[in-house]
Each structure stands twice: as C-alpha cells, then as structure tokens.
Design a protein around this ligand. Structure first.
Ligand code: SF4
Length: 201
C-alpha cells in the first residue's frame, strides 16, 4: 500500500510539472496559472468540476471559492474530505475569462491532462459536477438527463450531479445533490473503496 501511495504521488507530481508547462489552448494566456487539482493520491473517488474560478486561479487550488466551500461542507456531511479518499480536478486546468463555460476546443485541448490524471488515480468512482464534466466524460448534454443512474466505463463508475456553483444559484437543488452524494458513498462502500470515509464518521 505504501508503495502504491508513493508511486501514485510521484506519478501525479510528474504530471503536475508537465501540465504546468501546458499551453495547448488560449486559456493559459489569460490565467494566472494552472490549477492541477488536489487530494489523496490513492483516492477511490474523483470529483470532476468544470474549470477554475477567480479564487482558484489566484490560489492555484481547485474548489476554494464559495462553491468549493459548499462542496467541502457536503463532503464533510457525508464523512468525506478532499484529502482522504477523494481527489478533486477540473475538465480544464486554466481559468476561462469571466468564468465562461470552456469551449469544445478548450475541453478537447485539456483532455489529455484530465485523462492522464484519471489513468494515474484509477478511481472506482468518478463524480461529475455539472454539465461540462457530464458532457466531457459521458457525452450527455444535460445534468438532468444524466442524474440518478450509474454509468460504467471500463470498470469505473460515473455519477452525475449538480455543480456546487449551481447549488448556490438554486438552493432547492441541494436535496437532490445530497441524494446523489449519498448514492456515491453507498456505491463506494459496496465496491469496498477502503479509506473513502474518515474513520469514526
Ligand atoms: S486549459 Fe488545459 S489545455 Fe489549455 S493551456 Fe491550460 S492546461 Fe493546457
């Protein structure tokens, strides 16, 4: 196990250094830097968002603004946290100007980065936060179409839910998002995703 942690951590660090040099699309020119992602190198659950916002771009960390704080609260309510059993990434690693939705070309340009992250992490479960992640990883255009069921791709289980920023705009969706997270936790237990939940919670 210790060897696996070391291997994955080293693999992610090497990839981080590589992605930090990426200029495959124009987003990099306007961003402060690359927001690679963060979490537990041996995470069994990976959360995929859209792209960095202003605060994320400033701190070069994923989900640290208001939406990120809501995500952290939801994870904590489910006995999870971003550094234990969980890893958080985005579809594009550089901030789109004014938080616009990344274009198809930008998503395609950044796909090798996300794909390499998922290959190293090799999670049991990938949680898709919002339409951009759902489109990119499932090819389904709307979150509402994709929610409420599991999609298995190559031995990995995908689940769609709302982006936390959408929950801030539409608080009535929070109950649905909580149901989605509970389904993820139940699935991780069913799959024996050891370490997905904090001890004693
Ligand atoms: S968004 Fe992705 S593809 Fe575009 S420059 Fe940043 S890291 Fe590279």
């Amino acid at each position: 196990m210790a060897e696996q942690v070391g291997d994955k951590a080293a693999g992610l660090e090497a990839l981080r250094r590589q992605v930090e040099q990426c200029h495959r699309c124009g987003l990099r020119d306007q961003a402060h830097g690359v927001v690679f992602g963060e979490g537990d190198p041996v995470a069994r659950i990976v959360f995929v968002g859209e792209g960095p916002g202003q605060e994320e771009d400033r701190l070069l960390r994923p989900f640290v603004g208001r939406a990120g704080q809501l995500l952290d609260k939801m994870l904590a309510a489910g006995g999870l946290d971003r550094f234990h059993g969980v890893y958080i990434v985005n579809v594009v690693k550089c901030r789109p100007p004014n938080n616009r939705t990344p274009t198809l070309d930008e998503r395609k340009a950044c796909w090798p980065n996300l794909s390499a992250q998922l290959r190293i992490l090799s999670p049991n479960i990938v949680v898709l936060l919002g339409a951009t992640a759902v489109r990119t990883l499932l090819g389904i255009s709307r979150v509402s179409q994709a929610r409420g069921q599991w999609y298995e791709r190559g031995g990995v289980w995908f689940r769609a839910t709302f982006h936390p920023a959408a929950l801030l705009r539409n608080p009535s969706w929070k109950a649905g998002a909580w149901e989605d997270l509970q389904a993820v936790i139940a699935k991780s237990q069913e799959l024996g995703a050891g370490g997905a939940q904090r001890q004693g919670t």
